[in-house]
Design a protein around this ligand. Structure first.
Ligand SMILES: CC(C)=CCC/C(C)=C(\C)COP(=O)(O)OP(=O)(O)O
Ligand SMILES: [Mg+2]
Length: 447
């Protein structure tokens, strides 16, 4: 990798072989356009109305028949949301077209607060969950990303044995990443996110969860895998053993290869941002594992703190690399940017807790997720705990949108606005993938 010293660099023979038919060329960073209009009501463009061809707009989903108990679900048209909509719609006027997010905003202009139609793909949204529908992901891109990622998984990193192929296909990572990155300029850019997503899930499944994972010894495995992302700079005597270790199991091969592609497309500070986020993720895995080993059920706030680390954060924070531009490190490091990112990660991860609830109840052991922890710690029925977890999610999602609006007002630079739109697109795409992935998830029977 370009940013590694001599002892840490991968030898040429370990580099992934570019596929022969449609090359996975390294994606390039594209300069951000020099446009600086300050948006009024930027929030609106975070979640533009979704229009599905051939369908008239339809009203928003009806509220759940059993409404949440503490914090009422907010409709899609609150004052804060209106502001957010305007901000994230992006600037208008001469020279601003390139700031619009591709695909996402291609529908004819309409009332920014008009409700989105019912989603076209299968899968029901969690009743009462505050979310924003997304346009159907571009099927041509989905197909191409799906084709390339399978080739990468099978030919470049030998990720899974034959019997796991159905599960790999059922994960639908192509649909996931196309929905989450509507502004990716090319499929090569989408592949950066797709490889990392597959690698992250391989580590979670094989080291932590149901494909051979265990809390026992997890720290050692994670640390060694982390060196595929953050190279080991060691002595001449020991470096070859470290290099060999990177090819020694599917999770490490996947991390190593996915990171290699990513580093070649990212700036050094983007790569380092990703490493930092992955260290956070691994710390979260370790806290979850430690609690599993001792049978500890955390307080709800402690669980939420753990889940802030065992979290999707590394996915939305690469939105600029995948979009072919860079949010400069000093803007990324601002406390208000960090708050936006943390809230986005937290909302998306609680979405996972809600959609994966029944899967996790059926899995071996006592799998913690937010409804389970609330039920146990606050002595609520499973249903009431689940409904409360929906409210927790909604509050996090609203807080994310409010924080994004504040940041857009405080720092209305084009790259900041585009990054905010990218994070919001990731949040919405993540929800859509969970909703539509009926191979993997099903809702409980609480309504
Ligand atoms: C893609 C990525 C960074 C994943 C890291 C953490 C992770 C696997 C999640 C946030 C998803 O949660 P969970 O492990 O509960 O996943 P499933 O419910 O099994 O889909
Ligand atoms: Mg889960």
């Amino acid at each position: 990798m370009p940013d590694s010293g001599p002892l840490g660099s991968s030898p040429p023979e370990q580099r992934p072989t570019p596929p022969p038919a449609v090359p996975d060329a390294p994606a390039r960073v594209v300069a951000d356009p020099p446009v600086t209009p300050i948006p009024s009501g930027f929030l609106a463009s975070l979640h533009p109305p979704v229009t599905i061809p051939g369908r008239p707009p339809t009203p928003p989903p009806a509220p759940p028949s059993a409404p949440p108990t503490a914090v009422p679900d907010a409709p899609d048209t609150t004052a804060a949301d209106s502001a957010l909509r305007a901000v994230l719609r992006g600037p208008t006027g001469p020279g601003t077209a390139s700031l619009a997010v591709a695909g996402r905003y291609s529908a004819p202009p309409s009332d920014p607060v008009s409700p989105a139609p019912a989603p076209s793909a299968a899968g029901r949204a969690v009743p009462g969950l505050y979310h924003h529908p997304v346009p159907e992901p571009d099927p041509v891109r989905v197909e191409e990303v799906s084709r390339r990622i399978k080739r990468w998984a099978e030919d470049e990193v030998q990720l899974y044995p034959e019997e796991w192929e159905g599960e790999f296909d059922g994960f639908s990572v192509g649909r996931y990443m196309v929905a989450c990155h509507p502004d990716a300029p090319t499929v090569d850019h989408l592949m950066l996110a797709t490889r990392l997503m597959v690698a992250e899930n391989a580590v979670d499944d094989c080291y932590c969860e149901d494909h051979g994972g265990s809390p026992v010894g997890l720290g050692g495995r994670l640390l060694l895998a982390h060196t595929a992302l953050d190279h080991c700079h060691t002595t001449a005597e020991y470096a070859p053993q470290w290099r060999e270790s990177l090819a020694s199991d599917p999770p490490r091969r996947a991390y190593h290869s996915a990171m290699d592609y990513f580093v070649r497309a990212a700036t050094p500070s983007q790569a380092d941002r990703y490493r930092h986020d992955m260290a956070r993720l691994h710390m979260g895995y370790l806290a979850e594992a430690a609690w599993a080993q001792t049978g500890h059920v955390p307080e709800v706030w402690e669980y939420l703190a753990m889940r802030q680390f065992n979290n999707f954060r590394p996915c939305p924070t690469i939105t600029d690399t995948v979009g072919g531009y860079e949010l400069p490190a000093d803007l990324h490091a601002r406390p208000d940017t960090q708050r936006v990112i943390a809230l986005a990660g937290n909302a998306t991860t609680i979405v996972n807790d809600l959609y994966s609830y029944t899967k996790e109840l059926d899995s071996p052991g006592h799998h913690l997720n937010l409804p389970v922890v609330i039920a146990e710690r606050e002595r609520l029925s499973e249903r009431d705990a689940y409904l409360k977890a929906v409210e927790v999610h909604n509050e996090l999602q609203h807080a994310f949108e409010a924080a994004a609006a504040d940041l857009a007002q405080a720092c209305p630079l084009p790259t900041v606005l585009r990054f905010l739109r990218g994070v919001a697109a990731w949040v919405d795409g993540n929800h859509d993938w969970h909703r539509t992935n009926t191979y993997r998830y099903s809702l409980p029977d609480f309504w």
